[in-house]
Design a protein around this ligand. Structure first.
Ligand code: ATP
Ligand code: MG
Length: 432
């Protein structure tokens, strides 16, 4: 029979033999976030379209070209989240979390949806780990959030990530800078790509972020924001750098980093890898002091970032970083005949209750295919139960590597006795 359909372009399935890699990375993210005091927030996969239009910004590529927006039966315009910041900010405001004391520190692990041209490291459904911190304008907070990303990368043993930082100032100093940029890019009007021509009037800073080779070449000699920062923004930027030094985090100032959201202010940064080609930005973020106000809240200086989990996993794979194998089966119990099958079922349940991974046949196969299956799942020990074993109320567990066999009574103490054998075997340290 022909398949009725296949997965949608730009989406990926995470299959069982891969999912442990995701879980490993996600667990480290959760643990590290916890150490810094960030708690998980989960928000809906879709939101009213205006949230993203305002929160991400009308002039961004995400809003102009990449959103999955549709009208519901109730004639509402809704959008699948293209990123996590706007939804988290909406939830913080809607539930007045600001009344519970500042700063508010949240993290999320979510799927995101963007209608992009699928390629390596660029999908239409992808996943992000992100953090948001609300209610602090201190440069120490900027260094702290960067430090959390850095700890995650260190725990994952990723080597070649460079941190690049910049300051894009506040709306005041940026106005001057916009003027200078506009003037500069005007003189290259005939060479800029079509998208950048539209950016020229509305948001010339976004030209600095253009991926087209011609635009990025022109952008290299454009006026630099650092020369236009007001005193407050300058101070903030230099203090962020001092705190990064205190934290022992290496960085490079890269004046072309501007990021995708419209409401970024002051610090912006990216962690970039050379290991995965042109989609090398694994993590991007910064400060968005104006975002909460833009969404109808009070003035609440905030910051955060998101990292792409698919890209992170690609970097780890390209660098040959080993991810510990998931638990292997401690015991496979084969049952021969109906009565023995029931006993096998009872025994594996006892072993599982005891906290170990055990399996028996649920397909109704004979002994040979059952043992083949035990091999396939990498069972450390196996045991065969037939009429004799039931009668004698004992059976032999076999070490699948050494072939050594030890007899255990098939009673209430089976799991405990088996676990002692398993613990003293060479498999012990593979079970956590
Ligand atoms: P890029 O410049 O690569 O388009 P971006 O500026 O759009 O990235 P952000 O919105 O800051 O990215 O998202 C944060 C992170 O999410 C990125 O650094 C990247 O790791 C990941 N990411 C963004 N878009 C995609 C995508 N389409 N597919 C896979 N990962 C993505
Ligand atoms: Mg993008």
């Amino acid at each position: 029979m022909a398949l009725i359909t296949k997965k949608i372009k730009g989406t990926e399935d995470v299959l069982p033999k891969q999912s442990y890699r995701w879980q490993f990375v996600e667990n480290i993210m959760r643990e590290e976030a916890g150490k810094f005091g960030f708690k998980e927030i989960r928000t809906p996969v879709f939101e009213h379209t205006e949230l993203f239009a305002r929160g991400v910004g009308q002039t961004t590529d995400v809003v102009q070209k990449e959103m999955y927006t549709f009208e519901t039966k109730g004639k509402e315009s809704v959008t699948l989240r293209p990123e996590g910041t706007a939804g988290a900010a909406r939830a913080v405001l809607e539930h007045a979390l600001t009344n519970e004391g500042l700063p508010i520190k949240v993290y999320y692990l979510t799927s995101c949806y963007r209608y992009e041209k699928p390629q390596a490291g660029r999908l239409r459904e992808f996943h992000q780990f992100g953090i948001e911190e609300y209610g602090t304008s201190s440069p120490m907070a900027d260094a702290e959030v960067i430090s959390l990303a850095d700890s995650i990368f260190k725990r994952l043993q990723i080597k070649d990530l460079h941190l690049e930082i910049n300051s894009i100032g506040c709306p005041q100093c940026r106005a001057e800078y916009h003027k200078a940029l506009k003037e500069y890019f005007e003189s290259y009007k005939d060479q800029l790509c079509e998208t950048c021509l539209t950016r020229l009037d509305k948001n010339p800073m976004r030209i600095l972020d253009c991926k087209s080779p011609i635009c990025s070449k022109i952008a290299k000699d454009a006026p630099k924001i650092v020369d236009y920062l007001c005193e407050d923004c300058q101070n903030h930027f230099s203090q962020v750098q001092s705190f990064l030094k205190v934290a022992g985090i290496e960085y490079k100032v890269n004046p072309t980093i501007v990021r995708g959201l419209d409401y970024y202010t002051k610090t912006v940064f990216e962690f970039v890898s050379d290991a995965i080609g042109s989609q090398g930005t694994v993590c991007g973020g910064g400060r968005y002091d104006g975002l909460i106000e833009e969404l109808g809240g009070q003035h609440l200086p905030s910051l955060g970032y998101a990292m792409g989990i698919e890209r992170l996993l690609m970097v780890m794979e390209n660098q040959g970083i080993e991810i510990p194998n998931p638990e292997t089966c401690a015991l496979y119990v084969a049952g021969l005949g109906e009565k023995a099958q029931v006993k096998a079922f009872e025994i594996v349940n006892q072993v599982r209750d005891y906290g170990l991974y055990a399996e028996t046949d649920v397909v109704g196969r004979g002994l040979r295919p059952q043992m083949k299956y035990a091999d396939k799942i990498g069972a450390q020990f196996s045991m065969v139960i037939g009429d004799n074993e039931i009668e004698e109320e004992k059976a032999k567990v076999k070490n699948m590597i050494t072939g050594e066999q030890i007899e255990i009574a098939l009673d209430q103490s089976f799991a405990e006795k088996f676990s002692q054998i398993q613990m003293t075997s060479k498999f012990a340290d593979t079970q956590e």
